[in-house]
Design a protein around this ligand. Sequence first.
Ligand code: MSP
Length: 685
Amino acid sequence: MIICNCRSFPLPPEHGGGGYWVGEDAAFGGIMRNKFYITTPIYYVNDQPHIGHAYTTILADVLARYHRMMGVPVFFLTGTDEHGQKVKRAAEKAGRTPKEHADATVVRFQDLWKKLQITNDDFIRTTEERHRRVVQEILSRLYENDDIYRSEYDGWYCVACERYYTEKDLVEGRCPEQGCGRQVERLRESNYFFRMGKYQDWLIAYIEQHPEFIQPDFRRNETLGFLRKKLNDLCVSRPKSRMDWGIELPFDSDYVTYVWFDALVNYISAVGYLRDEDLFSRWWPASYHLIGKDILTTHTVYWPTMLKAMGLQMPECVFAHGWWLVGQDKMSKTKGNVVNPMEMVDRYGADAFRYFLMSAMPLGQDASFSEDLFERRYNADLANDLGNMLSRVMKLVADRCGGQIPRPVHSGAEEDRLRNLALAAVRKMREAVNAMKVDAGLAAVSEVVREANRYLEKTQPWTLARDGREEEMRTVLYCAAEVLRVVGGLLQPVMPSKMATLYATLGCKDAPTLFASLEQWNVLQPGTPVGPMVTLFPKTAKDGSVQIAEPKAVGELGRTAAPTMAAAKAEEGDGAEVEYEQFEKLDLRTARVISAEKVPSADKLLKLEIELGQEKRQIIAGIARHYKPEDLVGKIIVVVANLKPIRIRGLESKGMLLAAADEDAGVLRLVTVDGTIVKSGLKVK
Ligand code: MSP
């Protein structure tokens, strides 16, 4: 492994950063790491945190937690950017000094990170002495090396972005920054410049030779596109006469440091650069700088050239994620659509919020946030699929296995299949995390949960229990509990509290600390007392009410009542509305029940013979708990007549009857037509 000698300054041409050190101690999706250093941007303390800040920090936390579970030493850094015009202005507005304002605002970030269960190893504030000293030392050295020089500046300045632009940088005479586009001011003043332009050719070559350096690929192309124009030197000072809130230049007390030059240095000042050589060589270079797409240039042009001038290694990867939009709109205070993460956490809990942000944004792309989308995904993936599975299994374990993990007896092909699926999800999660596709890893986990629910529907352990087929029932419950163990471990970095509860419910003292245990099967010890039953994810409704999701009556109405994730996704894409043509495709008809009888060994199913005009057919319906067979005969009901036939318990079911279920009251009632209609086969529209 190459260790950079960070004290000698500047170092000869950098040591070939990028790429991964290949060691033997910790494998991660095919890549071995001996350490993982991850950073978030440091957030401006001019305002309160919003969902965009929460997203990056949660993502960093999730990646940090996955790596810790891989046995990789992790250093996770976040913090606040406390200098510059934005903070100064916000402070003036609040009637405080900038430092007072920073001290008041930083707490909002720190409180939010606590609430969101963020496990950062350090929190750096750019007003701290440990940071100021390093920034000044770097400036002095660059100045001595003539990498910083004084010159007259005559050009344009964007106050909001705090950046200088030449005439040709401007877009239609306005600030060229993505998402800014504001009016710029003409400026003529003496300033200090960093010779960034001199590193242009080197930077282009470096980016081309290290495709992993800027991710996703299209962002690398964006930076290379930016570098096609001549790269100007970077103005790194601000005259105090205009803006005095910053780190003073060590060689000219009339100036403070440009906020971006100061801020970027946090990634090295926090890990001991020029302060603690051991610490620094242990962690630098960073494995990932996570950033939003709007701060790509500062991180992939300014920062690498600064590091190059300092003789330091490049970070392995700068990863730019997309933006959270509200509907299709950018969040903005003027539009009043800013999503406050504190409120979301208060309403839904940190775990559910973390899960939504991680599962709903394909990394790198923009994603849309709405409470509606949040609730749909929550109810589908968490309340209906995972929560319901846990309730089903643990209720039977409590009622039928004496509250102890059952001993499996007849493990067969179905169980092998489920085990293979669960273990494949572990591999997929490793690969997904390594490829920065956390959403894909979570989708693989959701798929296993859905398969496990299908397995339960197929094997019907509740029927096995009732029929006295104890050994088969135990096998099914054990296998399902093992799936829950693996799934719980895989979801733990995303939902640490809920998964700790899930593990406690399974009777495990602790949630797993290492990934390796998830790659094994038959880990739960038969005979272990399980924990108390919980409703892991109570159902939510938009009005803020919370319905407790009872274990679903499996097979009721012949299918699970909860929407699957795929269904929720399809809905998200299309919106909740359907075209009339789509509705028309459903052939809804009145039908008369001719006969009804119970399906043997299925306590919820009735076999109905119905008449549809001239035609007679059979429907299997999960309504035995709500209707006696004799009460149904002669009734006119409504059925979906053109549904593909399916087989339930080996019996053909051709069509589906319509019913409304009030789950809270435990009541189900069939849809009928007004009593005056007595004909069957009539079209219902
Ligand atoms: N202080 C600088 C970063 C310096 S890093 C050396 C800064 N701060 S910020 O508070 O304005 O923004 C921090 C991060 O939040 C940026 O990565 C930005 O992309 C991100 N987001 C701001 N709004 C966002 C969304 N709506 N969605 C996702 N992230 C967004 O820039």
